[in-house]
Write a protein that binds this ligand. Structure first.
Ligand code: HEC
Length: 199
């Protein structure tokens, strides 16, 4: 037997051939990747859901905002105002014809101090009262007398900073001073009586 014949009869060098990766490995890899992404997305990855989760309403987002100091007082003031005063004066502070005068832009609200202003909800008002050049002649009971110093202060802060009003913050201590000086039960005041009081 010749050399050539020997080589072709079984002792040939082994050769490597390229064959494509099996289809199932590709499919399983893609499926795992996809599930990984879904899991990552569902669990906000490593991000805090409070910050990165999609919110469906501004209120939902608002609930996560930290509240302290002036912002907390204003939020509390808005709540109490809308529950106790807004019924007559309107949640927009624009008042209601025949029911209550406006607070937005009112010279009774944007006073320098709060002495005169605090007397209004603490004592009530009756008789003629001019607000922004318009005369009113109705009555308001002491709508704020039952509120705590802190709540009334929050309401006054809200009234003095909402609807375009831009005057300072009112503290519970400010309200307490006025309430203490009034000493117990007070009669409703007229516009003229209020005008004689220091702001
Ligand atoms: C039942 C309706 C009613 C409610 C509730 C009410 N008010 Fe009044 N308010 C009036 C009326 C009416 C007048 C005008 C009284 C008058 O003509 O003598 C008035 C006048 C005022 C004024 C002075 C005038 C002005 O518009 O600036 C202020 C300030 C005021 N109210 C604040 C408050 C606050 C604060 C609350 C809640 C704690 C409140 N009111 C709740 C009816 C109401």
């Amino acid at each position: 037997m010749s050399e050539e014949a020997k080589a072709s009869s079984g002792n040939a060098e082994p050769t490597a051939t390229r064959s494509p990766a099996p289809m199932w490995i590709i499919v399983v890899t893609l499926a795992l990747l996809f599930l990984g992404f879904v899991f990552f997305d569902k669990h906000s990855g490593w991000f805090d859901a409070k910050i990165y989760a999609p919110y469906s309403s501004p209120e939902q987002l608002e609930a996560f905002q930290p509240k302290s100091g002036a912002a907390a007082a204003a939020a509390q003031g808005k709540k109490v105002y809308e529950a106790v005063c807004g019924i007559c004066h309107g949640v927009d502070g624009l008042g209601k014809p025949g029911q209550a005068p406006p607070l937005a832009g009112s010279e009774w609200v944007i006073t320098k101090g709060i002495n005169r202003l605090a007397h209004i909800p603490l004592a009530g008002v009756s008789g003629t009262l001019t607000v922004e050049g318009k005369e009113w002649n109705l009555n308001m009971a002491a709508m704020g007398a039952a509120l705590s110093d802190a709540d009334l202060a929050a309401v006054l802060t809200y009234m003095r900073t909402a609807w375009g009003n831009k005057v300072g913050e009112v503290t519970a201590d400010d309200v307490k001073k006025v309430r203490d000086a009034m000493g117990g039960h007070a009669q409703p005041l007229t516009g003229d009586q209020l005008k004689t009081m220091p702001e």
